[in-house]
Design a protein around this ligand. Structure first.
Ligand code: SF4
Length: 261
């Protein structure tokens, strides 16, 4: 039995005592001292309940809040953690919204398939899965890659198109690599396969960058998933130092006192 349940049980018993006290006043015609005596346990239990809530707020979460904690995190959360772990605290604990930039708005409207045609022509997939929803009950994550290309050799290749976010010095950004790694884990489980590579298409520079899916990348993504759940469940803002350029381009900067700002 949790601490919260114990305190509530104790409070319910105190209400019973009070009820009995009142009953005795009316039935046995006793004086008001009995009523006051009946009130004492109630006051005491209310105080205990208050102190307990203060010390253990998680024991008193509403069902909705508990369901929220139990909800699966997404591959985008894993990408966000890769950018800065504080973002997980802002989105999943404080429920704050990212500042939407013009580039992000534009990115939502672009026709992604047109831009990945060169990659499709090169890989010649026998099947293309678009915005395929993936979910793992083992890892407790979900994800929806822009495309999954399936070759005639039954190789599964996740592809993600990025407009608002730029590549890193001609290579894939670390947070994007984690996102593709998360898709790889999801695809492995859903299609009983082993993803070996993925691609990120950077629209601004018109570059396709390959991401090699290694066992160490998968291990790192698994570690990140655990870390994200501990931030969400413990509700503690992670202490991190990130580069100045990251903070300058961060959609959560207005809420943030950490980093270099
Ligand atoms: S402003 Fe900097 S420290 Fe704060 S969330 Fe963004 S990247 Fe992280």
């Amino acid at each position: 039995m949790s601490l919260g349940e114990l305190a509530l049980m104790w409070q319910a018993m105190a209400w019973c005592f009070l009820g009995l006290g009142l009953l005795m006043v009316f039935i046995l015609n006793l004086n008001s001292t009995n009523t006051l005596l009946g009130l004492l346990p109630l006051l005491f239990s209310t105080h205990v309940n208050y102190l307990s809530r203060k010390a253990h707020p998680k024991a008193y979460k509403s069902v909705d809040e508990l369901n929220y904690v139990a909800k699966y995190i997404t591959a985008s959360d894993i990408k966000r953690f890769g950018y800065c772990p504080k973002i997980i605290y802002f989105t999943h604990v404080l429920h704050l919204e990212e500042r939407v930039t013009e580039a992000m708005e534009y990115g939502r409207e672009i026709h992604r398939e047109k831009h990945v045609q060169p990659l499709i022509a090169k890989i010649k997939p026998s099947k293309i899965l678009r915005n395929y929803e993936l979910k793992s009950d083992n890892l407790k994550i979900t994800g929806k890659p822009d495309f999954i290309l399936v070759t005639k050799f039954n190789e599964y290749i996740p592809v993600e198109v990025k407009w608002a976010e730029e590549e890193f010095k001609g290579g894939v950004r670390r947070d994007h690599k984690y996102q593709i790694g998360a898709y790889a884990l999801l695809i492995d489980e859903a299609f009983k396969t082993t993803v070996k590579r993925g691609y990120i298409y950077y629209l601004r520079s018109k570059r396709i960058v390959e991401v090699k899916i290694t066992s160490s990348l998968k291990k790192e993504v698994r570690r990140i998933i655990k870390r994200i759940y501990s931030i969400v469940n413990d509700e503690v803002e992670p202490k991190v130092k990130v580069g100045r350029s990251k903070c300058e381009n961060c959609g959560w900067r207005k809420y943030c006192r950490g980093g270099w700002v």
